[in-house]
Design a protein around this ligand. Structure first.
Ligand code: 6YU
Length: 545
């Protein structure tokens, strides 16, 4: 041990620990929560921003609490975030869902009969389900069709061919176009032609629909953070470098014939199991090795034996090459570049007084089909707003518009005054009402420009696969026969079925904590994660392959 111990003279007790968690979004907080709940408090969580929560963030607009990132718990059965919310009284079980009344309007201000909207929506859902089935079926798609967008467009054209009346056909085409734009906001991409057809079904939808917490999604952060010792949470600590082979690891368990000067990245480490941790965890018992040095932007250094990196895929895409020393293995770098981290933004408009018909909750915008897609950012000037597919009413005086892809990124460069004028023109045109007032306040998210996110969420691009997500999740060892990995990864981008979601992030953080909490020698242990029966561990074990 002696030769390999780091020089601790320059360190203080506060910057040495067993585990460093980089990033305080849902994945990082979940890792910290599960370490804490299982008796391991020897960790530090380093968060770049002045706040925790990452892509879960709430602001006040007027009297409303508004979520700028995640807002729905996707699914109930087996969703650990739903379970956590239930245990902590965050769900109002008496609340019945508000009736949702959607209208679809054309640029000429004409509203589409609901029966037509319903017919096209049903057909669209059917086309989407057929795309999802490729993942589990043996069937091959038609030749040359490799994206969800291409497949759905093929089905749309076959469907529309059967409609004789050109106007009826055109109207239906506009509804399909709108639904495809909506899909880019669900998948997190610019265009559905970017999404791999054979892989879209890898995303697992949990039953139970979308649940909204009365206090907003951000209320879920409270039960997590209250379990984490506040001294362990260090905000405004952007991490610049993760040196994960700092101390040439050498202990008595190491292979006697190994060359310690070499970095051995074991590419196929043993899989973590979900039943191998204990309250008196081995996280507390291990001999300190300090394999890891984490350097913050301000020069502060932290030392640990293990590091859990939860920075988003967008940040990894930009920074991975400089963030890690030694460099990540090629298979991880390749996976990083193949996967997609698209942009989805929200436009929030606050009004002095209500103006929308009280029965309407959403206006779908049926833009005329574009002739050519603008690739040149300069050309987006005249067309960016056509990507806004709808405005939803959050309250009588608050509207929410959704926008994705290049157009969202372009919008992030504009002033609020421009966005306000454009949105007012849109609403006046589609609702055929020149007296619609201007909003008194406008808030636009800027997820692509945020240096600590650089996009919105993960999707599987054409040519990538679920395996790339598994590659990103793979923990790294720096020595053969090492009991536990040195560098672990968590975050929504590392969950092979629930990528892009908060529950995916939560489970990935929990898995990372479980790996470190696990005993070096396998034994029968009851995992202390949640206080109730944990359906999610069971669901997590289901493979769709
Ligand atoms: C969900 C939903 N939802 C809308 C919008 C967005 C997202 N999601 P984090 O980024 O949170 O944390 C990382 C931390 O690291 C962060 O705090 C950073 O500051 C920090 N960091 C970065 N660099 C650092 C450094 N150098 N040093 C130190 N710290 C550093 N999910 O379940 N329900 O309604 C939505 C939505 C606009 C932007 C969402 C939703 C996604 C979640 O928000 C997201 O996955 C998690 O919060 C991520 O947590 P994390 O910890 O991994 O990262 C078919 C098909 C396709 C599949 N798609 C279907 C599902 C669609 C998803 N739905 C989205 C819809 C909305 C509205």
């Amino acid at each position: 041990m002696e030769n390999n111990e780091i020089n601790l003279e320059t360190t203080t007790a506060t910057n040495k620990c067993k585990v460093i968690i980089v990033g305080g979004g849902m994945a990082g907080l979940s890792a910290a929560y599960h370490l804490s709940k299982n008796g391991c408090s020897d960790f530090k969580l380093l968060e770049a921003r002045r706040r925790i929560g990452g892509r879960i963030v709430q602001i006040d607009i007027g009297n409303e609490k508004v979520e700028l990132g995640a807002n729905w718990i996707h699914g109930v059965l087996g969703n650990p975030v739903y379970e956590l919310a239930m245990q902590n009284g965050l769900i109002d079980i008496m609340q019945s869902p508000k009736p949702h009344k959607v209208v679809a309007a054309t640029e000429q201000g004409k509203q589409v009969p609901f029966s037509v909207l319903h017919e096209i929506y049903e057909a669209y859902l059917c086309f989407l389900r057929r795309c999802e089935e490729y993942f589990i079926s043996q069937y091959l798609p038609p030749e040359g069709i490799d994206s969800v967008g291409d497949h759905i467009r093929l089905e749309i054209s076959l469907y529309l061919d059967k409609i004789q009346d050109p106007q009826e056909r055109h109207l239906r085409q506009l509804i399909f176009d709108c639904l495809l734009k909506r899909e880019t906001c669900i998948s997190g991409c610019d265009n559905m032609s970017e999404i791999d057809l054979l892989e879209i079904g890898s995303y697992t939808e949990l039953q139970g629909g979308n649940v909204i917490l009365p206090g907003g999604y951000s209320s879920i952060l409270v039960p997590l953070t209250k379990e984490i010792p506040s001294n362990n949470l260090l905000k405004e600590h952007p991490v610049k470098k993760i040196l994960w082979n700092k101390n040439n690891y050498n202990n008595n368990n190491a292979e006697s014939d190994s060359d310690d000067s070499d970095i051995t990245v074991i590419e196929d480490p043993p899989k973590a199991t979900s039943h191998n941790s204990s309250r008196e965890s081995s996280c507390e018992k291990e001999i300190p090795l300090h394999n890891v040095e984490v350097v913050c932007e301000n020069g502060e250094k932290f030392y640990s034996d293990h590091v859990i990196c939860t920075v988003p895929l967008g940040v990894l895409k930009h920074k991975a090459v400089n963030l890690f020393e030694p460099q990540l293995p090629d298979y991880k770098l390749e996976a990083l570049s193949k996967l997609l981290f698209g942009t989805v933004d929200k436009i929030l408009l606050e009004y002095e007084r209500p103006f929308l018909n009280p029965n309407i909750t959403e206006v779908m915008l049926l833009w005329e089909t574009e002739v050519a897609k603008a690739d040149n950012p300069g050309e987006l000037n005249d067309s960016w707003y056509k990507k806004i597919y709808s405005f939803t009413k959050l309250s009588d005086t608050l509207l929410l518009g959704w926008i994705s892809g290049k157009e969202a990124e372009y919008m992030e460069t504009l002033s609020n005054d421009i966005v306000v004028d454009v949105c007012t023109d849109i609403l006046r045109k589609f609702l055929n009402d020149p007296y619609i007032p201007k909003p008194k306040n406008c808030v636009c998210t800027s997820w692509a420009s945020q240096p600590y996110t650089r996009g919105s969420y993960t999707a599987i691009a054409v040519g990538a696969s679920q395996i790339d997500i598994e590659y990103l999740a793979q923990p790294l060892y720096n020595k053969k026969n090492q009991a536990k990995p040195v560098l672990l990864f968590a975050g929504e981008h590392t969950h092979s079925n629930f990528y892009s979601t908060v529950h995916g992030a939560y489970l990935s953080g929990r898995t990372a904590a479980q790996i470190l909490l696990s005993s070096d020698t396998p034994q029968e242990i009851v995992l202390n994660c949640e206080d109730t029966s944990d359906l999610s561990s069971w669901i997590q074990g289901i493979s769709l392959e």
